[in-house]
Design a protein around this ligand. Sequence first.
Ligand code: AHM
Ligand code: MG
Length: 307
Amino acid sequence: MGESRDAGSDADPPDSVVDAVFDAVAATVPEIRAALPGRRVESGTENASGESVMAGDLYADELLGEAITAVSGVGSFVSEERETAVDAGGAVGDGGDAYAVAIDPLDGSSNLRSNNAMGTVVGIYDAPLPATGRDLVAAGYVLYGPITTMVVADESSVREEVVESDDDGTGVTRTIVDADLTLPAEPTVYGFGGRVPDWPDQFTDYAREVESELKLRYGGAMVGDVNQVLTYGGVFAYPALVDAPDGKLRLQFEANPIAYIVDRAGGAASDGDRDILDVEPGGIHDRVPLYVGNEALIERLEATLAG
Ligand code: AHM
Ligand code: MG
């Protein structure tokens, strides 16, 4: 086990805005976990992407929104579950010294009903949103699995922490279990989203090759599936579909932060044609195909799609 510290304690002030944001996110973990059993149903509303929102999505969004906008140095906050950005005070980008934070509060929330893994995704941008992945200064995710872990990537490192509630219920303790998270050189697993009949032919060709080499591990939550790739090596994709050429996942909240993390861990991420981090966004809720994992597998994917 590595070093541990209490998140958000007054005695241990964060070194930076980035640290403070991840302290705030980690501090919500016990409340989010505790609230989920009663929130496994649809809320009856749709989000900006036209998807049905679960009660758990709304609760996580509310809690994380409050915690993150309270961080000094966060100037703007935007979530997959909100139409528009929240002004949190402080100018972001040129002339300003505040950051914009984008989150997917509960990634893979359709897994709530079946009690499978889910996550929270966080991107911290040094530019107003929508922005490119090159504007990220840090990104991370929480994985609500049998244990709760948080992976945090910034300029200097990618680390994995275990997040546990303190015995007295006053906060959480974060213990670094891997201070230098690196994608294994030898790939082992793959997981691809969408229905096979909806895949374009070139992607089906690629999938046929990959499935003859690697083992299928797909759980239906990007955070869980990418965490398997980071742990065992391999490739995750939510591809372009014949009737949805931009795929399903959102650039600001999902693809950019995951691309940043995997890139920093020694892997690569593509939209099928170029590095995800170079994709120019149109709007906050833009979707993008995502292919992410070991560099050789992503290069082969791009070559196969190019025909
Ligand atoms: P969500 O953020 O609304 O939960 O949607 C994103 C999730 C991803 O976690 C996952 O990769 C994908 O949707 C799975 O979609 P599907 O259920 O269509 O396979
Ligand atoms: Mg999501």
